[in-house]
Design a protein around this ligand. Structure first.
Ligand code: ADP
Ligand code: MG
Length: 157
């Protein structure tokens, strides 16, 4: 369920999340709309993935992504949240986020403390950075998917 669908390309609007305070933890996650999440393969595993991401027609950055159970829908629907490994000057709600998921790190876990959660995410980020420098993942940074035709607006993929 995790690797079979990779690389996975996806594009969609960034929406408000559940206010879980990811940003307060220093790890903001850009949430995709329910409609975009529904377009994911239904058998894709929940867990932590990594890949490349780009906001609008900006630069392509490394990212870590979580596919999790959506608390808003009593955990019967999934949520897809992207943490871009880059410091942005401003929020980008409403903008189009393009991602390619290239690899899988681990399944979802429960943590005993906030500190344990934060350090696990920091490790995920370090793992993503290392993996994405390898040729098989690095090559997807240059994929045509990220180079939108001039003057065209893309709403969905
Ligand atoms: P929400 O619950 O609304 O998703 P978060 O605390 O997860 O709130 O913050 C996510 C928002 O932060 C994104 O929608 C985006 O506008 C902004 N943001 C700023 N920097 C980043 C980043 N590096 N990665 C992801 N989102 C970011
Ligand atoms: Mg979020």
């Amino acid at each position: 369920g995790a690797m079979r669908h990779l690389p996975y390309f996806c594009r969609g609007e960034v929406v408000k999340g559940f206010g879980r305070g990811s940003k307060e933890l220093g790890i903001p996650t850009a949430n995709f709309s329910e409609q975009v999440v529904e377009s994911f393969p239904s058998d894709i595993s929940t867990g932590i993935y990594y890949g490349w991401a780009c906001v609008g027609n900006g630069d392509v950055h490394k990212m870590v992504l979580s596919i999790g159970w959506n608390p808003f829908y009593k955990n019967i629907k999934k949520s897809v949240e992207t943490h871009i490994i880059h410091t942005f000057k401003e929020d980008f709600y409403g903008e189009i986020l393009s991602i390619v998921i290239t690899g899988y790190i681990r399944p979802e876990k429960n943590f005993d403390s906030l500190d344990a959660l934060i350090s696990a995410i920091q490790e995920d980020i370090e793992e993503a950075k290392r993996q994405l420098d390898l040729p098989e993942h690095l090559k997807l940074k240059e994929d045509n998917f990220f180079h939108l035709p001039e003057g065209k607006t893309v709403n969905s993929h």
